[in-house]
Design a protein around this ligand. Structure first.
Ligand code: MTE
Ligand code: MO
Length: 357
C-alpha cells in the first residue's frame, strides 16, 4: 500500500513548480546521469493523483474486446527501452510575453528505462475493425480544468484522454509501450501506477499515465487535451497539434551559474530530438556566433538523449556558453523561442553564464 509519506518521500528531490496538481522539475544535476534516477524524474500531472482499479479495458471498434490485470499484462512478451520524456511546456518560462500554463524552467525533461507490453500486441489481440481510424487512451485522473476559450463546449470536468492514429499505435516498429516498470521498479504513483503509455519521440503529453482504457474509434478524437491545449497557436500560421519533441541541446557541466578554475575544462551536455537522432552539437563561447563543433557520442538507444562534450581552455572572467543541436532531419535550434499562445515547444538555444576564476 502507498501512503502519503511514501508519496512525499518520492517527491523530496524534485524542484516543485505547483503543489496541486503536483508538478515538479528534475534538479539540474539529474541530467548528469544518462538514466535519470526515478526520484529525480520530473512529474507533470494535470489533475490530482487518481485511484486506479488495476485493470485495463480494451474495446471500441474491435472484434475481441477484453480486459487485462497487471499480472496479465506482465505475462505478455515484454520490451524494455530507455526513453527521454520531455513536457511540451518545458522552457515556457523563457518565452515572452509569458503564456499561461505551468511556469516550467528547463528541467521538465528526464530519461528512464521503461518496461512493458507492446501496445501493438495488445491491439492485435483486440483485432481492430476495418473502419478503425484512431485509438483513444483514457487515464483514471479527472477534475475541473481551465479550458481554453476556443472550446467552451467541452465543459469543465474532464478526464485526461488522448488519442493516436491507429496506424501509429498499431505499428510494432514504433515500440509504444504499456509500461509497468520504471528503472527496474513498479511505476511510482506520480508516474502512472499501475501502468501508462510511453510513446517514444513524442512530447510526453502522449504518454498517458494511469491508463484505464484503450478504445478503437471510427472517427478522429478531439478532446480538450489535443484540440484546446497541446496545440501550437502560432501568430502567423495555422495551428498545429503538439507531437514530436523538438531538437534541443543542454549544457549539464559546468552546472548553471557555476564558478570554475581557469584551465582546461570539459564542457558536457545532452541533446535530444523526436525528429531524428542528433547529428551535430556546436558550442559558442562568446555569446555571439563563432560556433565550434562539439564531440558527439553515438546514441546508446533509439529513444534517449545523446551525450556530447567540448574541451575548453577557460580563461578568467565571465563567459556565456551556448550549445546548439542539429538532428538527422536537419532541424536546428532557433536563437529565439518559437512563440505560440500557450508556450509549447520552446527549443531556443540556451545561454549559460559561467565565472572562471
Ligand atoms: N493520465 C495522465 N497522463 C498524463 C498526464 C496527465 O495529466 N494525466 N500528463 C502528461 C504530460 S503533459 C506529461 S509531460 C507526462 C509527464 O510524465 P511524468 O510525470 O512521468 O514525467 O505525462 C503525460 N501523461
Ligand atoms: Mo507535458
Amino acid at each position: 500500500m502507498t501512503t502519503n509519506i511514501d508519496i512525499q518521500q518520492a517527491r523530496e528531490q524534485l524542484v516543485m513548480i505547483n503543489p496541486q496538481p503536483y508538478n515538479a522539475e528534475a534538479p539540474p544535476h539529474a541530467l548528469d546521469s544518462e538514466i535519470t534516477p526515478t526520484r529525480q524524474h520530473y512529474v507533470r500531472s494535470n489533475f490530482s493523483l487518481p485511484s486506479h482499479d488495476g485493470t485495463l479495458s480494451v474495446g471500441g471498434a474491435v472484434e475481441n474486446p477484453f480486459s487485462l490485470t497487471l499480472a496479465e499484462l506482465r505475462a505478455l512478451p515484454a520490451l524494455e527501452r530507455a526513453v527521454t520524456l520531455e513536457c511540451a511546456g518545458n522552457g515556457r518560462l523563457d518565452t515572452r510575453p509569458l503564456p499561461t500554463g505551468e511556469p516550467w524552467g528547463g528541467y521538465a525533461v528526464s530519461t528512464a528505462v521503461w518496461r512493458g507490453a507492446r501496445l501493438s500486441d495488445v491491439l492485435a489481440r483486440a483485432c481492430p475493425r476495418a473502419e478503425g481510424v484512431e485509438v483513444r487512451f483514457t487515464g483514471a485522473d479527472s477534475g475541473t480544468y481551465h479550458l481554453t476559450p476556443v472550446l467552451p463546449e467541452t465543459g469543465d470536468h474532464l478526464a485526461f484522454v488522448r488519442s493516436l492514429t491507429l496506424s501509429h499505435a498499431a505499428d510494432p516498429a514504433n515500440e509504444i509501450l504499456i509500461a509497468y516498470d520504471m528503472n527496474g521498479e513498479p511505476l511510482a504513483p506520480d508516474h502512472g501506477r499501475p501502468f501508462r503509455l510511453v510513446v517514444p519521440h513524442w512530447f510526453a503529453v502522449a504518454s498517458v499515465k494511469w491508463l484505464q482504457s484503450i478504445d478503437v474509434l471510427t472517427e478522429p478524437f478531439n478532446g480538450e487535451f489535443q484540440t484546446g491545449h497541446y496545440i501550437y497557436q502560432w501568430p502567423d500560421r495555422a495551428p498545429e497539434p503538439v507531437s514530436h519533441m523538438r531538437v534541443r541541446a543542454r549544457i549539464t557541466d559546468p552546472p548553471p551559474a557555476a564558478a570554475i578554475r581557469a584551465g582546461t575544462y570539459t564542457i558536457r551536455g545532452r541533446a535530444w530530438s523526436g525528429t531524428g537522432s542528433i547529428t551535430a552539437v556546436e558550442v559558442s563561447l562568446t555569446g555571439a556566433g563563432e560556433w565550434q563543433p562539439a564531440r558527439l557520442d553515438q546514441p546508446t538507444g533509439p529513444y534517449q538523449w545523446q551525450s556530447w562534450s567540448f574541451t575548453w581552455q577557460a580563461t578568467p572572467g565571465r563567459h556565456s556558453l551556448r550549445a546548439r543541436a542539429t538532428d538527422a532531419a536537419d532541424n536546428v535550434q532557433p536563437d529565439v523561442p518559437p512563440w505560440n499562445r500557450l508556450g509549447y515547444g520552446n527549443n531556443a538555444v540556451e545561454v549559460h553564464y559561467v565565472d572562471v576564476v
